[in-house]
Design a protein around this ligand. Structure first.
Ligand code: UDP
Ligand code: MG
Length: 316
């Protein structure tokens, strides 16, 4: 019998975790040919998520949990789950039922067709603001253009993967993790399926627009140095343009004498170059910051409690 591990990062999910397990169990019950196991990762929740996890683990013997010492972020939680997974197929999904377990049969079918991964993308983005929608569209276009990462618009983390693909993902042990990029970067055959998105039933989404913006910047800078090249190209263009301007001014001065200097021209040049320099330093800083964080080689997460047998950290 083949096995499937469900990796579920949970951050402040006390309101919906039990409901999630109940709903998912209903789907699992209809797929008796596969042995399912949950790997719930408590990402330093500030509410009772951990207690609920422990209760669920006591209730169902196919529930494993890992609880972090603090909030390390969803990416870290996914990594921890992937490290602990040992099933034939591994699923990563959210705890808020926005990633409906109902598509499991479709995913399993894709895997049986020979795909290494069955990933989901959203078709309709109901309830999303125009601004947010336009921003994410722009991001998908940019990142597909600038990086090796090719994702369709609306690609989500929710997916089923083979053990082999999971091993490849674990090889990428960088601290600055951008899963959508990593999933795509490792290659393998991915089948994309889509479903209508649903609103979060219980609890609240922890994403703000500022984090979305940071997510977009990371998505590009983690997988490409194109922004650095852009600053170099801009620098070169401005250098040649100013060379032409200098020569022209020189000739003009030599033949027609000194002209009254233009206040507006000077101001524009100063502001334009100042802005451009600041931006270039910012882009550079983005990369240096990433190098700095990577060179520390800190662990991606720290476990406080878990009920995995091989780890000696079960709460007494
Ligand atoms: N999550 C997490 N750590 C965090 C933030 C979120 O593990 O720091 C989990 C959260 O519990 C959920 C999933 O990541 O299972 C997606 O979070 P959310 O629903 O808030 O995001 P959205 O659906 O808006 O992408
Ligand atoms: Mg959600």
């Amino acid at each position: 019998m083949k096995s499937i591990d469900l990796i579920v990062p949970c951050y402040n999910e006390e309101a919906g975790l039990e409901h999630f397990v109940a709903e998912t169990n209903k789907v699992i019950a209809a797929i008796p040919d596969y042995r399912f196991r949950y790997i719930l990762v408590n990402d330093g929740s500030k509410d009772k998520t951990y207690l609920i996890m422990k209760r669920l683990a006591a209730q169902f013997d196919n529930i494993k949990y890992i609880s972090f010492s603090r909030n390390f972020g969803k990416e870290a939680a996914m990594y921890a789950g992937l490290q602990h997974a040992d099933a034939d197929y591994v699923v990563v999904m959210d705890a808020d039922l926005q990633h409906p377990p109902a598509v499991f049969p479709q995913m399993i079918e894709a895997m049986n067709e020979g795909y290494d991964c069955c990933a989901t993308k959203r078709d309709e983005r109901e309830g999303e603001s125009f601004f947010r929608g336009a921003f994410s569209k722009l991001f998908f276009r940019l990142s597909n253009r600038l990086t090796d990462v090719k994702n369709p618009y609306g690609a989500m983390d929710y997916r089923m993967m083979t053990r082999q693909m999971v091993s490849a993902i674990l090889e990428l042990s960088e601290v600055q993790r951008f899963s959508k990029g990593i999933f795509s970067w490792v290659g393998f055959q991915t089948k994309w399926i889509s479903f209508k998105t649903v609103d979060r039933e219980l609890g609240t989404s922890t994403w703000k627009f500022s984090s979305l913006f940071k997510y977009a910047i990371d998505g590009i800078t983690c997988f490409s140095v194109a922004p650095l090249r852009f600053t170099a190209v801009m620098g070169a263009i401005i250098f040649f343009l100013s060379l032409i301007y200098i020569i022209a001014t020189l000739i003009q001065t030599l033949f027609f004498g000194i002209q009254t200097p233009g206040y507006v021209t000077t101001l524009c040049a100063v502001l334009f170059l100042g802005g451009l320099t600041e931006m270039s330093i910012g882009i550079l800083g983005e990369y240096i910051g990433k190098i700095y964080m990577e060179t520390k080689e800190r662990p991606i997460y720290i476990t406080k409690f878990s009920n995995f047998e091989d780890e000696d950290n079960e709460e007494k």
